[in-house]
Design a protein around this ligand. Structure first.
Ligand code: FEO
Ligand code: CA
Ligand code: CA
Ligand code: CA
Length: 647
C-alpha cells in the first residue's frame, strides 16, 4: 500500500521555521510569498550581488527565438541535416525512411557532449517523438495519445517516423571565428533509430522470460529505442538516453487473462498514439504481449565507437525515464538520478556496486549492470530517505508476484508503490550540481493533484508537492549528507514554486528580486554550468497561455545567498516549441539549447495564428523561414559575441 499522507495541518506544524513556511505558501495570506515586482516589463540587468551578468529578455510569443543582448544564436543542427556520410540533403517533399535513417532525427531533446579536444567533440542528441501532421504533407491533425485519424498514414511514413526517433551522434568543431558547426562525413556521425538499430540487453532482466518475443526468443536483443527524452553523460564518456513515454507506440489487445495485463496498465500500455503496429506486428499486444517490457529502460551508447551496440541497462529500472544524469559518490561508485515523468510517479537513483575506474575506460563498460536502485520518500520535516528496490526486501517478495530482481525491475513502479515512496508532480530532469554536490529536481506540473486524498494513488498535497491543481510546477533542492551521492538519507528544500508571483491564487515562491520576466512555469530540462550555476528550460505544452502567457524559454536561477530563488530570462523559444537540451560546453563559452516541436504546442491559443498547424500551414517556419519548408526542430548554439563565458 502507498504510505499515508499526513494532513496539511500536520505538514504546517512540522515545517514551522522552514523557509517555505516563512515565505508564506501554507499561511493564509499566501501572497506574502513575493512582493509585486519592482521592475516593469522591460528588460533589465541583474542586480547587485547576482552571479549572472546578462541583460534579461522579456516574456512574449512570436515566430522566432530570442537571446539576451550580446549573444549569438547559431542554428547548429536541424531535423533532416545529412549527418551520416552519404546521406541525401533534406527534401521535405521527398522524404524516405532510408534517407531519414542517415539524417538528423526529429524533436531533438537531451544534448550531451563527449569532448575530443578543446575545439572538437561529439554531440549526443535524443530524438524524442514525431508529429506526422506537421512533418508530412496531407496528414491531418491528430489528437495526440488518442487513437484517431491515421487514415493518411502509410508504411513508408510510419517508417520515416521510426527512423526519425532514437539518437544522433554528431562531431562538432569550433572554427577560427569562434562559431561551432557539425562535421560532414565524420566517422563518428551515427544514427540510432527505432527502425533498425540492434540494442543489447544488460543487467538483471537480460534474457528474462518476460523480455522474450518471437523475434528474440533469447530476450537479449531489441530493435530500437523510443521516446528518448532527457539523458546524461557518464564519467567514462558514454551517453545515457532515457526511454520515456514508450506506451504511446503500442496498440491492440492482450490475449484474455494475460499475466502482463496489470503491468501494462500501470504503464499506460497501450497508448495508441502511433500506428506503427499496422506495419510492425511487434507493436501489437495481441501478437507480442512482452514487447512493451523491452522499453522504458535507460540505454547506454558509446559515442566514440560507432560500431558498438547500445545496451539497455535494466538495473536502472523500467519506467518513463525522463533523464539519467550521473554523479560520483565519495568512494567512486557511480550514481544515476532519474525521474519517472508521470503524474504521481517517483524520483529514483541508482548506485553502482563497482567503482569508476578513471585510468582504464574499458573497466567501466558494464558498471551500470550491477548495483542498487532506490526510490525517494520525502518526509514532512525536510528530510528524506532512499528506499532500496531490492527483491526479497519488504514487500518485494514472491507473495506479491516478484519472483526475482528482474520482476522487480520490469515492474519498478509497482515496487515503488509498495515501498511507500512519495508520489510527485511529474519528475522531469534531475540535475546534480558537480560544484556544490546539491541535486535539483524539476517537478513540471500536476493539474490533477486533488485538494484532499480520496484515492491512495492520487494523494492530495504534501510538503514536497505542496499545491493542489499544480499547473506551474516547482524545483526541489536535495542535499546529500557530506555531499555524498550514495547516502541513503537526504534533506530537501523548495527552491522555487513556479508561476506568476503577482497572482495570489498561484501561491508562487520566488525571491523578491525576480522581475516581471524572471519567473516561469513548468520547469523541465536543466543544466548546471561549470561555475555551478543553475539554468532551467521550460515546457508548458499547450497550456502556455494559461500558465504564464509567454513562450517557453531558458532562465538562469540563483541558488545561493540573498538572491536564492531569483530567475533571469535568457532565451525564448519560437511559438509552439519547448526547451530541451541545455548544455554547457567545457569552459562555458558555448551552450546548446535544443528547440523541440516548433509550431506545434498551443499555437491555437496564439492570437495571430489561432488554429492548429499542419505541414502546409504551420504557425511558424522556424528556423529556415523558407516557403515550403516546415518548421524544423533544431539545436541552437549560443556563444557570446566577445567570446567570453556565458551568463
Ligand atoms: Fe519528454 Fe518528460 O519530457
Ligand atoms: Ca522533458
Ligand atoms: Ca539535464
Ligand atoms: Ca515536459
Amino acid at each position: 500500500m502507498p504510505h499515508k499522507n499526513p494532513t496539511l495541518g500536520d505538514i504546517i506544524a512540522r515545517r514551522v521555521g522552514r523557509r517555505d513556511l516563512l515565505t508564506g505558501l501554507l499561511a493564509t495570506s499566501a501572497v506574502a510569498a513575493i512582493a509585486p515586482s519592482a521592475f516593469g516589463a522591460s528588460a533589465k540587468g541583474s542586480p547587485e550581488g547576482s552571479r549572472f551578468s546578462f541583460e534579461e529578455i522579456a516574456h512574449g510569443v512570436d515566430e522566432t527565438h530570442h537571446v539576451a543582448q550580446g549573444y549569438r544564436s547559431d542554428i547548429l543542427l536541424r531535423w533532416g541535416d545529412p549527418i551520416v556520410a552519404g546521406a541525401p540533403e533534406f527534401d521535405p517533399a521527398a522524404q524516405s525512411a532510408a534517407a531519414q535513417a542517415r539524417q538528423f532525427g526529429y524533436n531533438n531533446d537531451y544534448v550531451g557532449y563527449a569532448p575530443i579536444d578543446a575545439t572538437r567533440g561529439l554531440l549526443c542528441v535524443n530524438h524524442e517523438y514525431t508529429a506526422p501532421e506537421i512533418m508530412f504533407p496531407g496528414v491531418k491533425q491528430r489528437q495526440r495519445a488518442k487513437e484517431t485519424n491515421f487514415a493518411a498514414m502509410t508504411k513508408e511514413l510510419a517508417e520515416i517516423e521510426m527512423a526519425a526517433h532514437g539518437c544522433s551522434v554528431v562531431e562538432i568543431e569550433k572554427g577560427a571565428d569562434g562559431r561551432w558547426s557539425w562535421v560532414r562525413d565524420s566517422r563518428y556521425n551515427r544514427r540510432i533509430t527505432a527502425l533498425a538499430t540492434e540494442i543489447r540487453v544488460g543487467g538483471p532482466a537480460a534474457g528474462h522470460p518476460r523480455l522474450r518475443t518471437s523475434a528474440d526468443p533469447a530476450g537479449t536483443n531489441i530493435i530500437g529505442t523510443i521516446n528518448n527524452c532527457a539523458g546524461g553523460m557518464t564519467p567514462w564518456g558514454t551517453f545515457l538516453t532515457g526511454e520515456e513515454n514508450f506506451n504511446y507506440y503500442f496498440r491492440g489487445k492482450l490475449p484474455e487473462g494475460h499475466l502482463e495485463a496489470a503491468n501494462h496498465k500501470r504503464y499506460g500500455v497501450p497508448g495508441s498514439g502511433y500506428n506503427w503496429a499496422d506495419y510492425h506486428g511487434r507493436f501489437d499486444l495481441a501478437t507480442e504481449p512482452n514487447e512493451p517490457n523491452r522499453f522504458g529502460w535507460v540505454v547506454e551508447i558509446d559515442p566514440s565507437d560507432p560500431a558498438a551496440a547500445p545496451v539497455k541497462r535494466t538495473a536502472l529500472g523500467r519506467f518513463k525515464h525522463e533523464g539519467a544524469e550521473t554523479a560520483l559518490a565519495k568512494d567512486g561508485r557511480v550514481v544515476v538520478y532519474s525521474g519517472d515523468d508521470e503524474r504521481f510517479d517517483y524520483v529514483y537513483k541508482f548506485v553502482s556496486e563497482g567503482r569508476f575506474n578513471p585510468s582504464e575506460r574499458a573497466a567501466n563498460r558494464d558498471l551500470l549492470d550491477r548495483g542498487t536502485l532506490y526510490v525517494a520518500r520525502f518526509d514532512p520535516d525536510g528530510s528524506g530517505e532512499w528506499l532500496p528496490i531490492v527483491h526479497g526486501a519488504g514487500k518485494l517478495t514472491a507473495a506479491n508476484g516478484f519472483r526475482d530482481q528482474a520482476d522487480v525491475l520490469i515492474e519498478t513502479r509497482r515496487a515503488a508503490d509498495l515501498l511507500g515512496a512519495t508520489r510527485m508532480d511529474r519528475p522531469e530532469d534531475i540535475e546534480p550540481n558537480p560544484v556544490t554536490g546539491k541535486v535539483y529536481i524539476a517537478l513540471t506540473n500536476n493539474e490533477r493533484r486533488p485538494e484532499k486524498t480520496e484515492r491512495p494513488d492520487q494523494p492530495g498535497p504534501d510538503p514536497a508537492n505542496p499545491r493542489a491543481k499544480n499547473e506551474w510546477g516547482h524545483v526541489v533542492e536535495l542535499t546529500n549528507p557530506d555531499g555524498d551521492h550514495a547516502a541513503t538519507r537526504f534533506s530537501w528544500d523548495m527552491l522555487v514554486r513556479c508561476g506568476d508571483p503577482n497572482r495570489p491564487e498561484v501561491h508562487a515562491l520566488w525571491n523578491k528580486a525576480t522581475s516581471a520576466n524572471g519567473w516561469f512555469a513548468c520547469p523541465d530540462n536543466m543544466a548546471i554550468d561549470h561555475q555551478g550555476r543553475l539554468w532551467v528550460g521550460t515546457d508548458q505544452g499547450s497550456a502556455w497561455s494559461k500558465t504564464s502567457g509567454t513562450a517557453d524559454g531558458v532562465w538562469a536561477v540563483e541558488t545561493e545567498g540573498p538572491l536564492r530563488g531569483t530567475g533571469w530570462m535568457f532565451f525564448r523559444a519560437p511559438v509552439g516549441a519547448e526547451i530541451c537540451g541545455c548544455l554547457f560546453l567545457p569552459g562555458d563559452t558555448a551552450m546548446t539549447i535544443a528547440v523541440q516541436h516548433p509550431g506545434i504546442d498551443g499555437v491555437k491559443q496564439w492570437a495571430p495564428f489561432g488554429r492548429e498547424s499542419t505541414f502546409d500551414d504551420p504557425a511558424t517556419r522556424w528556423p529556415d523561414f523558407k516557403p515550403g519548408m516546415p518548421p524544423r526542430p533544431s539545436v541552437v548554439m549560443i556563444t557570446r559575441q566577445d567570446g567570453g563565458k556565458i551568463g
